[in-house]
Design a protein around this ligand. Structure first.
Ligand code: PLP
Length: 442
């Protein structure tokens, strides 16, 4: 399509005049305007192309503009663009059936929401209603969304000015590279983090705790792949104290780790640790239409067979979103997209980033699996002091100049391309990261 650079300037000016942005002081903003995209690439109105190694907000798992998803949305738009949640709808049933098929036999129903935050909101509510308990335990290194309970369950700085929901308690999860537990092996980190969690449960009073809410692999907090035995241990604690276990798979689900769900993979546990509720959004339809949801265990779903679930949303199971889920999941299945994420991650991204870390002392640790990686950047590998935000800013600039759209958080660059990324694109990206690290070191 024809690109007009003036449209890029207009888009930027309109944005600055009228649009209020998330998590920002508005005056400081200078948004990068994207004109279009295809697969792992996006471009601006000047026609400059960029490898999208951010997957936007780690959500375009199927890549940009996948024709199967675009066509599914168009076909549904021709048929019926909206329907009240109380009515039945074919696309909704097909979407729920596919999601349950991937989650496995322990799960009974899917409740659809508008995104990831309200998925967590409703999962927490289901757990509170079925247990008759109140408290929600979650980790300091987490992000669970920007609504009442979800933002207060969140561990990072975004919680603090928003603490208006009650009943939330935080604990430290495992993180070997920056341990809170003075551990010197992943096994010890796991054991000590579990002991800490059990002490928190006992001290809070187990009979007051409804939920343990965990990102299976904390994402925005730094792609913190749990050490051996941790998730098994959390499941055992949840069982011992009758607490509902929620895995937040909003970022790590639907292909990102090279598995349909992160909890199904050997990277996080020897054999799958199954939660009671799974929350999802992002990768389920790659964000082509806003959607999220809760995958509900058979037993929790049964609790609402004869009791009313006191919750709902006008757009629960919106037909355009449902059609996009069906289109995305079918294409991911038939094109082997989840397998591609696993193999490109294991054979190209992981070894490539490890080689970069050998060359650039600034890369303190490389963590990840599939197409879900973080580079933990340090001033000095010995002290592991996080690199400054100024260097992160320079790196972002160097990467963009060379045609790569990065994802940065705190002192880290997250390497999170779409699941469809090719070995060739990874090779190009690795060259760009290499040059950018060299440029900021010089
Ligand atoms: N949970 C996790 C793990 C996330 O990464 C996010 C978003 O980044 C959310 C929940 C919130 O999802 P949403 O922004 O769709 O509400």
């Amino acid at each position: 399509t024809d690109l007009n650079p003036a449209d890029g300037i207009l888009a930027h000016d309109l944005d600055r005049a009228h649009v209020f942005h998330s998590w920002s002081a508005q005056a400081a903003l200078n948004p990068f305007v994207i004109a279009g995209g295809s697969g792992s690439t996006i471009w601006d109105y000047d026609g400059k192309h960029y490898l999208d190694f951010s997957s936007q907000l780690v959500n375009t798992n199927i890549g940009h503009q996948h024709p199967a998803v675009v066509n599914a949305i168009k076909a549904q738009a021709d048929l019926l663009t909206t329907v009240a949640p109380a009515h039945g709808n074919l696309a909704r049933g097909e979407a729920a059936k596919r999601i349950l098929g991937l989650a496995g036999p322990r799960f009974g129903k899917v409740f659809f929401t508008n995104g990831g935050a309200d998925a967590n909101e409703n999962a927490i509510r289901m757990a509170r209603l079925t247990t008759g308990r109140d408290k929600v335990l979650s980790t300091y290194r987490s992000y669970h969304g920007n609504t009442g309970a979800a933002v207060v369950a969140t561990g990072d700085w975004r919680r603090v000015p928003n603490e208006f929901a009650r009943g939330h308690v935080h604990f430290f999860g495992p993180f070997s590279y920056r341990t809170e537990f003075w551990s010197d092996s992943p096994e010890q980190e796991s054991e000590r983090a579990l002991r800490h969690l059990e002490r928190v449960i006992q001290s809070e009073g187990p009979s007051s705790i409804a939920v343990i809410l965990l990102e299976t692999i904390p994402g925005t907090a730094g792609v913190l792949v749990p050490p051996p035995g941790y998730l098994e241990g959390v499941r055992a604690l949840a069982d011992r104290y009758d607490i509902v276990l929620i895995f937040d798979e909003v970022m790590c689900g639907f292909g990102r780790t090279g598995e349909w769900f992160a909890w199904q993979g050997s990277a996080v546990a020897e054999s799958p640790v199954i939660p009671d509720l799974i929350t999802f959004a992002k990768g389920v339809n790659s964000g082509y239409v806003p959607v999220g949801g809760v995958i509900i265990s058979e037993s929790i779903a049964n609790a609402f067979e004869h009791e009313v679930f006191p919750g709902g949303l006008t757009y629960s199971g919106h037909p355009l979103a449902m059609a996009s889920i069906v289109g995305a999941l079918d294409a991911m299945e038939s094109e082997g997209i989840v397998r591609n994420a696993a193999s490109v991650g294991a054979e190209h991204i992981g070894p490539g980033l490890a080689a970069l870390a050998e060359k650039h002392p600034m890369i303190g640790e490389v963590r990840g699996v599939g197409v879900f990686w973080a580079l933990d950047l340090v001033d000095d590998p010995a002290t592991r002091a996080p690199i400054s935000t100024a260097v992160i800013g320079q790196l972002k600039k160097e990467l963009k100049t060379r045609g790569l759209l990065p994802f940065a958080a705190d002192n880290r660059i997250h390497v999170v391309p779409p699941c469809i990324v090719t070995p060739d694109e990874v090779a190009q990206a690795l060259d760009i990261y290499d040059e950018a690290f060299t440029a900021v070191t010089a």
